[in-house]
Write a protein that binds this ligand. Structure first.
Ligand code: FE
Length: 456
């Protein structure tokens, strides 16, 4: 990792924020943590390190976790971090199944800021049919991470859900988005041409705090907290029931608040009927929520996956100066993850000045497909950067960094983009948007005691 700025300062800010939350001023914090007088301030402003002893002591005497005081590393200080194909090659390893080589894996661009674990994977097993039960196919047990897969060459995709196995023959440009823990496999249909995938796994909000909280709360609670997404009235009913329990409110009180009949209210709570738009507004009012809190997500997955074949994928142009800059093709995704976008970008212009900047709130991963190199231009904190990326190169781009692609040496470069949300969910974005003035800056890096010793 590059020389990193800011880690000590971020650690200090977390310590200050934790002490504020626990209503400890410097003297109290020093006493609790066994620190010398006058040293807590320097620990919180980054001039003294927050070392492991201090973290451990804080987790012993304060009701918090070591993790709460540990910041993340910034391994992408220039806005974009490029991984060259030769670095990917250096990570190459062959994994065997049942004693025979099955996949060659290569790491591509990853960052400690985002939950991507994108692998280039070559199929070493060749099959000559589309039989889901072909004994040559070795299955995994499924895994936690969501998986977006982009296919190159003749590759069979195998997936299993509720005991039923499926095989879908894929070709270049086909893609699939899959839910966690579904067993799956891949095999080549030919060894005469390249057959590989970009297996772009990511955890999003499933990783991190939620998983750690549920690990403590336990399996039974996790099962109880699971909300169905069946596309049925009971999906909404589960949300309404949750709020009724949270408010300690019987259906009769909800009926009284909304003006809906007792019978209708009970139907909606039981899930034997779904509320219409007007009823949703009444229910939200009665429960003190927003309408969106009562609306379940929908999913287009079938048996845990959403397949997008290239021939039926929609594509559109993004205008540049005087001409289209890119042809974008929408790849596999699902409404369950509205903040994930999988895109294939064909770069149409050679002049970087005329190309259009692409910017998003999402974390971005890109991989250069095809045969042509692409010029990547980006701007970060007032500086402009240009890098030529060759086929097989990949990169991570921080949220909000505008990027521009141009054909570096003519041709028609093709780039795979996978954009995902991180821990900054819509709830957090709304929280940021409703903070008191100055709050966002202190949330990002708390730099002060929560009150003034001198008084107002
Ligand atoms: Fe996988």
């Amino acid at each position: 990792m590059r020389q990193e700025d800011g880690f000590a300062r971020r650690a200090g800010a977390l310590l200050r924020a934790a002490a504020n939350d626990l209503k400890r001023d410097d003297e109290n914090a020093e006493r609790d943590l066994g620190l010398e007088h006058g040293t807590f301030g320097p620990h919180t402003d980054g001039s003294r390190p927050v070392d492991w002893d201090l973290v451990r002591r804080a987790a012993q005497v304060w009701p918090l976790n070591e993790r709460d005081l540990l910041p993340v590393h910034d391994d992408c200080p220039l806005g974009v971090a490029v991984t060259r194909e030769k670095e990917s090659l250096a990570s190459s390893r062959v994994l065997s199944r049942a004693g025979a080589p099955y996949y060659e894996y290569r790491d591509t661009a990853m960052s400690r800021i985002a939950s991507y674990r994108p692998e280039w994977i070559r199929m070493l097993r060749t099959v000559d049919d589309d039989d889901a039960d072909n004994p040559l196919v070795q299955w995994n047990r499924g895994h936690l991470l969501y998986q977006f897969t982009y296919f190159v060459g003749p590759v069979n995709y195998y997936y299993r859900w509720n005991g039923a196995s499926h095989c879908v023959p894929m070709n270049t440009g086909d893609s699939v988005w899959a839910l966690p823990f579904g067993p799956h496999s891949f095999a080549a249909r030919s060894d005469a041409e390249p057959a590989y995938i970009l297996a772009l796994t990511y955890g999003g909000a499933l990783l991190g705090d939620a998983q750690r909280e549920l690990a403590v709360l336990g399996r039974q609670t996790a099962h109880e907290l699971a909300v169905p997404v069946a596309g049925e009235a009971r999906d909404t009913a589960a949300l309404i029931s949750s709020f009724l329990a949270a408010r300690a409110m019987p259906a009769a009180e909800l009926a009284a608040r909304t003006g809906l009949s007792r019978r209708r209210t009970e139907e909606l709570v039981a899930g034997s009927a779904a509320p219409d738009a007007a009823e949703l507004v009444l229910l939200a009012d009665g429960l003190g929520t927003s309408v969106r809190d009562l609306m379940p997500p929908r999913t287009g997955t079938a048996d845990g996956v959403s397949v997008q074949h290239a021939e039926s994928a929609r594509s559109w142009e993004v205008p540049g100066e005087g001409a289209a800059a890119y042809r974008i093709t929408g790849l596999a995704g699902d409404p369950l993850h509205p903040h994930t976008s999988a895109l294939q970008v064909d770069v149409l212009l050679g002049d970087v000045q005329r190309a259009a900047p692409l910017s998003t709130y999402q974390h971005q991963y890109l991989f250069v497909l095809g045969d042509d190199p692409v010029l990547l231009r980006w701007e970060f904190r007032g500086e402009r950067f240009d890098e030529t990326l060759r086929p097989g190169d990949s990169a991570y781009v921080r949220p909000g960094v505008p990027i521009v692609f141009a054909a570096a040496e003519g041709g028609r470069p093709r780039v795979l983009l996978l954009r995902i949300a991180g821990a900054v969910t819509p709830e957090i974005r709304h929280a940021l948007g409703t903070m008191a003035p100055g709050g966002i800056d202190r949330y990002v890096a708390e730099d002060r005691l929560w009150y003034s010793k001198e008084g107002n």
